[in-house]
Design a protein around this ligand. Sequence first.
Ligand code: PMP
Length: 324
Amino acid sequence: ADYIEGKGWHNHRVVPYAPITLEPSATIFHYGQTIFEGMKAYLSEDGVVRLFRPDQNMKRMNHSADRLSMPQIDENHALEALVELIKVDKEWIPKDPGTSLYIRPFMIATEPHLGVSASKSYTYMIIMSPVGSYYEEGIHPVKILVESEYVRAVAGGTGNAKTAGNYASSLKAQEVADREGYSQVLWLDGIERKYIEEVGSMNVFFKIDGEVVTPALNGSILDGITRKSIIDLLKHWSVPVVERRVSIDEIREAHRTGKLDEAFGTGTAAVISPIGEFRYQGELFYVNNGETGELSAKLYDALTGIQKGTQEDPFGWVVELNKK
Ligand code: PMP
């Protein structure tokens, strides 16, 4: 769909994936005025398609739009449109275990205008593509490199918006991580490089001495949908969980005293990603002997079970399509 100031959203359409035309002076190219979301739809044997908390993605899209001076979308209408598209495209959703339809809604600023001000025109698009299983050989731990030179975001910046600039600023650190055999970067706060923020595309949790802790939202951390679901699930199970500041020194100390039981990342792509090793300024911390922790495995099974409809959904998180 397209948006023009004064006219609003119009020209809704479904088209095959193909190149699009933009003016070289379009605002997106110069000032990065663009936002996105990432979601997955799962298809089960009985033909039911399941979306996980899609209302939360629409809500976060509008939060990002507000921060980037972009127009709001009608959350209900956008969700209805998405559901219609999935129905059109149902044959595209793979059924094999772990596979899904990846959904990428995004909005770009299209006004041809070289000047630092919000665009007066936008396009909202949704790309859909079948994706394979994140874990081809079952859930396994990843290695994480703690970044102490570069920062991804600071409070007051755009860190808690899902916008391209946050990812652009992370590419250089990610390149180093890739080169050194680490799967993602762990970001520290942008002022003191002391407090833990999040992993490249995941929020992060630690189990320290029996208690689960995750960095509290502070304006620069993305308000992850998997993160909030994990917190609710832990509370539902009566497992102690707290959101607060967590310093890298606390993790180092917990590791030194044998109290760092588990660590894991949470995000739409992997759902739960156990962390087996951190490297911070040349120092290595192995977590749970580099193996998947009991709680990480339990959370993974529970959340993926809810998402795929093989387990009860006590929270009403799942939206089912094509149900007979
Ligand atoms: N942090 C960042 C920076 C991300 O890109 C993502 C992926 N969207 C997450 C956290 C996890 O968020 P969610 O659980 O909503 O996928």
